[in-house]
Design a protein around this ligand. Structure first.
Ligand SMILES: NC(=O)c1ccc[n+]([C@@H]2O[C@H](COP(=O)([O-])OP(=O)(O)OC[C@H]3O[C@@H](n4cnc5c(N)ncnc54)[C@H](OP(=O)(O)O)[C@@H]3O)[C@@H](O)[C@H]2O)c1
Length: 351
C-alpha cells in the first residue's frame, strides 16, 4: 500500500466512483483505503473492476457505508452518491472533522429554498451551506485550499461557466439573451437501471430532454450571477448523446455593439492563458468530445457571427473526469496541501 494520505469513497460502484477508483489507483499522494457500496459489500474491488487486477487497490474490500468507520480511518472522504444521501453522510463526516468532497448537488446551491424548489427534497443541513466552497479550481482555488467541505460542480455547469465567464465579466454580451444548448453522453445519468438509459434507447439516436427545467439551471445562474454582479437568467437545454462520456455545450449569446471577434479572443486568451486545463482553441477550430475524453481539459471554441451579431461559444469536457471525479481530485489535492494537478495529467483516451 502507498504512503499517501488515507481517503475514503462512498459510492464506488457508480460511474463517478469508478472514475475516482481509476484516478486514485495512479495517485501517489492519496491512499484509497475505504470504498463503499451497499449492493456489492464483501467483494474485492477487482471483482467489480477487473482493470484493478494485480494492483494493491484491487484487493481492497468493499464495505457498507459506515460514517464512524470512515471517520476513524480517513482524512478526507469523496461522496459519489445521489443528492439527499450526500447531505446526510457529508454532514455527519463534517461534524466529526473529516474533509469532504461532495460530488452531488447538495451543497452547490447557496440558497436553501432554491435548492428545495429544484431538487424537491428538504435540505437538512442548511447550516453547512455557507461553509461549502464551490469547487471550480480556476475560480475558487484559494478558498478551496482552506475548505473542509467542497461542493463539487455539476458536469453541465462546469462546461457552461467556463465557457461564459470571460464574456460576462468583460461585459461583452447581453446578459438577458443567453441560450445554452448542452449535449451529454449517457454516463451523465448514472449507473442505476432505467429504461431511458438502455443501449437500444440511446444508441443510433439523439434526443432532447429537460428543456427549460434541468436541475443544473439554478447552479449555472448562481455562478454566472456572481460573475456579472447582477441576477442572470439563462435558457438551459439538454440533450442525450449516443456516446458514453463527454459534454458539448453550444452557447448562443448576443454581442454588444462595438465588440469585435479580436476583442473576444484577446479576453479569453488573457483570462485562461495561465490555466493548464482550459484550452482556448485557435480561430477556426472547434472543440470535440474525443479530444478531452478521460482528461481534465475544457476546450473552448469561439465564433463571432457578424450576420446575427452573435458570439457562439462551444465547450467540450469529459463529464466523468473534468465534470466530476477529476475535478473532485483536484479539489482534494488543494485541500490536502498538494499541487492542484497532482496525479491528473492525463492525455485523452483516443477513439
Ligand atoms: N455521472 C456523472 O457524469 C456525474 C457528473 C457530475 C456529478 N455527478 C453526481 O455524482 C453523484 C454520483 O453520480 P453517479 O453517476 O456516479 O451515480 P450512480 O452511478 O447512480 O452511483 C451511485 C452510487 O452511490 C451509491 N449509493 C446510492 N444510494 C446510496 C445511499 N443511500 N447510501 C450510500 N450509498 C448509496 C451506489 O451504491 P449502492 O447503492 O450499492 O450503495 C453507487 O455506488 C450524483 O450525485 C451525481 O449527480 C454525476
Amino acid at each position: 500500500m502507498s504512503a499517501g494520505i488515507p481517503v475514503g469513497l462512498v459510492g464506488v460502484t457508480g460511474y463517478t466512483g469508478m472514475e475516482l477508483a481509476r484516478i486514485l489507483s495512479g495517485h501517489d499522494g492519496m491512499n484509497l483505503i475505504r470504498v463503499t457500496s451497499r449492493a456489492e459489500a464483501g467483494k474485492k474491488l477487482s471483482d467489480i473492476y477487473p482493470f484493478l487486477l494485480g494492483m494493491d487497490l484491487g484487493e481492497l474490500e468493499i464495505t457498507a457505508p459506515d460514517v464512524d468507520e470512515l471517520a476513524e480511518s480517513c482524512k478526507l472522504v469523496f461522496l459519489a452518491v445521489p443528492h439527499k444521501t450526500a447531505m446526510d453522510i457529508g454532514g455527519k463526516l463534517y461534524d466529526k472533522g473529516i474533509k469532504v468532497v461532495d460530488l452531488s448537488a447538495d451543497f452547490r446551491i447557496r440558497d436553501r429554498e432554491t435548492y428545495e424548489e429544484w431538487y424537491k427534497v428538504d435540505h437538512t443541513r442548511e447550516d453547512l451551506l455557507p461553509k461549502a466552497v464551490y469547487g471550480l479550481p480556476e475560480f475558487y482555488r484559494n478558498q478551496i485550499k482552506g475548505a473542509s467541505l467542497i461542493a463539487n460542480p455539476g458536469c453541465y455547469p462546469t462546461s457552461v461557466i467556463v465557457g461564459l465567464t470571460p464574456a460576462i465579466s468583460e461585459k461583452f454580451i447581453e446578459t438577458k439573451d443567453i441560450v445554452i444548448d448542452s449535449k451529454s453522453g449517457a454516463t451523465g445519468a448514472g449507473k442505476k437501471a432505467a429504461v431511458g438509459s438502455l443501449f437500444c434507447e440511446v444508441s443510433d439516436s439523439f434526443r432532447a430532454y429537460g428543456l427549460g427545467g434541468h436541475r443544473h439551471t439554478p447552479e449555472i445562474e448562481q455562478e454566472l450571477s456572481v460573475v456579472a454582479n447582477e441576477d442572470i437568467t439563462v435558457s438551459f437545454n439538454t440533450h442525450l448523446l449516443p456516446i458514453n462520456r463527454g459534454i458539448l455545450s453550444t452557447i448562443y449569446t448576443k454581442l454588444k455593439d462595438g465588440i469585435s471577434a479580436q476583442d473576444v479572443r484577446a479576453a479569453y486568451e488573457k483570462a485562461y492563458g495561465a490555466e493548464k486545463w482550459i484550452r482556448v482553441l485557435p480561430e477556426g477550430k472547434l472543440p470535440e468530445t474525443r479530444w478531452v475524453r478521460g482528461t481534465m481539459f475544457c476546450d473552448v471554441g469561439l465564433v463571432v457571427d457578424p450576420r446575427t451579431n452573435r458570439l457562439i461559444i462551444v465547450t467540450a469536457i469529459d463529464n466523468v473526469c473534468r465534470g466530476a471525479s477529476g475535478q473532485a481530485v483536484a479539489n482534494a489535492n488543494l485541500m490536502l496541501g498538494m499541487n492542484e494537478g497532482h496525479g491528473l495529467n492525463f492525455a485523452p483516451l483516443m477513439p
